[in-house]
Design a protein around this ligand. Sequence first.
Ligand code: FES
Length: 155
Amino acid sequence: MLTEQEHEVLAQELERYPDRRAASIDCLVRLQESRGGWLSDETLADLAPVLDMSVHELDALATFYNRLNRRPVGRHLIRVCDSVSCWIMGSDAVCAVLRERLGIDLGCTTPDGRFTLLPTQCLGACERAPVLSIDDKQYTDLRADDLDAILADHD
Ligand code: FES
């Protein structure tokens, strides 16, 4: 069930669009923010009648857009670019160090819930490859030696 505050937030998003479906991504993002960083089946069911959409349609959106998470994630979301420019510039090595330091594989969350490690498509900074993002911050021109300090900045 949507809270009163969630209803208000969704109403603000709906005002910005000519029809309800057009607001679907932004509404999903806002609910994800208010519900611990991921979208459960219950959350999709709560939102569907607000947008006049089916849960299946919302699930299709939520599994397509990489800003949306359909499973619980850690406090910090690390996205390592694995597109071609980053791959050429050594993203595999960066990813290998991250996996070793965190003790997890891609797609997993550390046992303490601190980090989730995910691959991602181009982050739009190819000229400064390799690139990763942690939450909303981007790190470019990465070297394996940089990673310990970057991780230490995120409790
Ligand atoms: S290929 Fe990695 S940022 Fe574009």
